[in-house]
Design a protein around this ligand. Structure first.
Ligand SMILES: [Zn+2]
Length: 138
C-alpha cells in the first residue's frame, strides 16, 4: 500500500480587484484598497465602494501594526495540508489602518493571548508568485 499524496497548499488566486494587495505582499507591504471618490479604505478588495458605490479605487501602503480583535485555535485544519501544523492560531486583527485582517499568528502560545494585544504583520514567501501575511507579537 502506498501512502496517499499530501494535498498541495491552498493558495490565493489574485483577481483584478485584489492584484494590488498581492503585489504589495510581494514587496513585504500591506497595501489596502482606497476609494478614490470618498477616500475610505476597504478590505477585502472588491470592485464597488460600500460607502459611496464608486468603482474607482487605488492601493496605498498601510502600517503593519494592529491589535488582536479575536482569535481561534485550529485543531482540525480546514485543509489536510495544514494537519502537520495543528494546532495553530489564526488571529483577526484590527489594523491601525482601520480594517480587519485575519492571518496566522506565530510565536505566541494560546495562554499568552489577550484581546487588544499589539501585533505586527510579517510576510512569508510561499513561492515565486505568492507571499502571504502572518502576525507576530509586537
Ligand atoms: Zn467611496
Amino acid at each position: 500500500m502506498s501512502t496517499p499524496a499530501l494535498p498541495e497548499r491552498p493558495l490565493p488566486t489574485p483577481t483584478r480587484e485584489s492584484q494590488g494587495y498581492w503585489e504589495g505582499m510581494q514587496e513585504h507591504e500591506l497595501r489596502l484598497q482606497h476609494c478614490t471618490a470618498c477616500g475610505k479604505v476597504r478590505h477585502y478588495p472588491r470592485p464597488v465602494c460600500p460607502h459611496c458605490f464608486s468603482m474607482e479605487s487605488e492601493y496605498r501602503k498601510a502600517p503593519l501594526g494592529g491589535a488582536i480583535h479575536t482569535w481561534t485555535v485550529c485543531h482540525h485544519p480546514f485543509n489536510f495540508f495544514f494537519k502537520a501544523s495543528a494546532p495553530y492560531i489564526v488571529a483577526l486583527v484590527d489594523m491601525d489602518a482601520g480594517v480587519r485582517v485575519n492571518a496566522p499568528l506565530r510565536g505566541v502560545t494560546e495562554a499568552d493571548l489577550r484581546i487588544g494585544q499589539r501585533v505586527t504583520m510579517q510576510f512569508e514567501m510561499v513561492n515565486k508568485e505568492t507571499t502571504l501575511p502572518y502576525f507576530v507579537a509586537a
